[in-house]
Write a protein of this length. Structure first.
Length: 633
């Protein structure tokens, strides 16, 4: 019986005796060949729902995921469990990709992770009909929906793939989807019939707090000094991640920062410092968090307001995945509403402005009318804005619309790899004597890991080389540069320059058109999301958990008794639980208005963990204050 086979696989490879929530329902549905959509909140165990059936079924499961770091991490974890897994992404050489695809064709891979951009490549399409594919697993499936908050055009490749593989079922998974997005995911992925399994998005251990603060940084430090444990602080600016991390370190709170502009090795290193507890706080943009395996995060704090409930809910949901009490805190003030409104114009500037950017680009790159198709240009946005008197944020919004219209492709943050080739023949390599032990390590690893280094320039990942050799990225760079200077090799360092590619010839003025689906419809949805976020911030009467659940289509819910709204509007809350009783006892102890030593809390008739949580909650709410070893009201 297949169901018992799933249990055996779960027990053998993961050591669990039973599935959680709707995992079994999803597994049995895709195992029976049905197109399936699974809605599971962050921490709900999405990966199990495709990894287990992939092992039970014949052939290879193609897993589409947008993050290279996530696919690398999951492949490494699967291999440690003895499972045949591989990944194809932009950091690999052509020969490496061919090797992986050949292994998959001959049955040497059970789970093949791919970025959506790779699905449309000629190399993959040529091998496609030689692969025995069990099913397609689409992670972060909301990215295929233009009505969603995180639409990615590359995900539309999946729809084309389904036309080529009409008999192969698809499993779509996401942690954030409104009813409208749920319907559109199934339409875009060409489901044979609607088939949705959903868990409640309720997080009973997570307290949602909105704190109005004029000085957000001061409030952030206060909260972090009050609540112990690992934390994530989200901000929208790359520079701000660095500034806030420095501020926290200066306040005695160990922190590091993370954003997409860092080198891969830097990101991996900082992520590991935080995961292993060597850094308590990760200050990050929204580039951080997806697929991060750290269950004991006690606090997720947003110092900048996200522009959608979906984004906020997903990021906040990274707290408390171990089931213990955790907090999701949003700091806001009157300036946030103004900034949110500004984002509408930044993301969707008026159509005439978009047309002016299109024309100015043509002058900037010297592209004539009915010319340019297929040409790529390095794009210095600062120089462009200085030359034509534009603001970068509005230009980015205009470029996004031009991309949706099909006029151009804007690669804002390209991952242009370094390239390397030995000048000597393989037979002559023995004559090249490494000058240092570091050179020997790097050369040995290059020869083992990158085929074709003697015949052509090969894309290499300096961060990956550093990780595998135990060096840091700078040491690897110095070695590669030294080999080039000695004439042993050719080395082209990595670049981070944005690129614009014309996907069609520049059109004439009377042919330029922005269709509603590329602008008007999306702008309307974006305004709705901004409005929803403002409504969430301003709310003072509805339980925040209930408000979030209602947004995602859950009508049956109850007050959480933990959020800031519940705690200020429900007069029965103080008698609701032992935790609240402990809070009441602490307040009673301090009712004389005098400071009391913290040691007196040990005399209260409650478990120490209940007392600690009550103390943390009261301090966060500023109902009490801690100075040294004393507490007071």
């Amino acid at each position: 019986m297949q169901s018992s086979r799933y249990d055996d696989i779960l027990r053998e490879y993961w050591g669990y005796d039973s599935f959680r929530g709707i995992q079994r329902d999803i597994i049995e549905s895709i195992g029976a060949g049905h197109d399936t959509l699974g809605l599971m909140p962050t921490g709900g165990g999405k990966s199990i729902t495709f990894q287990v059936p992939a092992l039970a079924m014949e052939g290879v499961c193609i897993v589409v995921t947008p993050l290279i770091a996530l696919m690398k991490d999951q492949v490494a974890q699967l291999r440690r469990r003895g499972i045949q897994a591989a990944a194809i992404h932009s950091g690999m050489s052509r020969d490496s990709i061919v090797t992986v695809l050949d292994n998959a064709c001959y049955g040497g891979v059970k789970l093949l992770y791919m970025s959506p951009e790779r699905l449309g490549t000629e190399l993959f399409r040529k091998r496609l009909h030689h692969l025995r594919i069990s099913f397609l697993a689409i992670d972060e499936a909301h990215c295929i929906c233009q009505w969603g908050y995180d639409f990615r055009p590359a995900y539309l490749q999946i729809s084309e793939l389904r036309l080529l593989l009409p008999e192969v079922p698809v499993l779509a998974l996401t942690a954030t989807a409104t009813p409208l997005v749920v319907d559109d995911i199934q339409r875009q992925l060409r489901f044979r019939r609607p088939n949705v399994f959903s868990m409640s998005f309720e997080r009973s251990n997570l307290a949602y707090i909105v704190r109005h603060a004029e000085d957000k940084e001061e409030e952030m430090v206060h909260i972090l000094q009050t609540l112990p444990g690992a934390a994530i602080v989200y901000t929208r600016s790359r520079q701000k991640t660095k500034d806030i991390a420095e501020l926290l370190n200066a306040a005695g709170i160990s922190a590091t920062c993370y954003h997409a502009g860092l080198e891969h090795a830097q990101r991996d290193q900082r992520q590991q410092l935080w995961i292993r507890g060597r850094k308590r706080v990760m200050v990050a943009t929204n580039a951080f968090g997806m697929g991060i395996d750290k269950a004991d995060v006690r606090l997720v704090l947003h110092i900048d307001t996200p522009d959608s409930i979906e984004a906020y809910f997903q990021e906040a949901g990274r707290a408390g995945r171990d089931g213990e009490k955790a907090y999701a805190v949003l700091l806001c003030n009157d300036n946030d509403k103004r900034r949110l409104t500004q984002r509408i114009d930044e993301n969707f500037p008026d159509k005439q402005y978009i047309k002016s950017v299109y024309d100015d680009l043509a002058y900037f790159f010297v592209v004539g009318s009915q010319m340019g198709a297929g040409k790529s240009f390095a794009f210095d946005i600062d120089q462009f804005c200085y030359t034509y008197k534009h603001f970068p944020t509005r230009v980015s919004g205009a470029l996004a619309t031009l991309q949706r219209c099909g006029y151009l492709q804007y690669d804002e943050d390209p991952d242009t790899r370094a390239h390397f080739m030995f000048k000597a023949q393989r037979s002559d390599l023995d004559r090249i004597r490494p000058e240092t032990p570091l050179e020997e390590q790097v050369i040995t690893f290059l020869l083992r890991s990158y085929p074709g280094l003697f015949t052509s320039l090969i894309s290499i990942d300096e961060g990956y080389i550093a990780t595998q050799t135990g060096l840091d990225t700078h040491q690897v760079y110095i070695v590669l540069r030294s080999l080039a200077q000695r004439g042993v090799a050719t080395f082209i360092p990595r670049r981070k320059t944005p690129f614009i590619t014309y996907t069609q010839d520049r059109v004439k003025d009377d042919e330029f058109h922005i269709p509603p689906q590329a602008y008007d419809d999306l702008k309307e949805r974006y305004i709705e999301r901004i409005t929803g976020m403002v409504r969430y911030m301003d709310n003072s009467s509805v339980c925040r958990s209930r408000m979030l659940l209602h947004y995602f289509g859950e009508t049956q819910s109850h007050n959480c008794m933990m959020c800031d709204v519940c705690r200020h509007t429900d007069t029965t809350l103080l008698q609701a639980s032992p935790l609240c009783s402990a809070e009441q006892a602490i307040l009673q102890l301090l009712s004389d208005g005098q400071p009391h030593p913290l040691s007196q809390l040990q005399q209260l008739p409650y478990d120490s963990s209940e007392t600690d949580r009550a103390l943390a909650m009261l301090t966060q709410e500023e109902s009490i204050h801690i100075e040294g070893n004393c507490i007071s009201r």
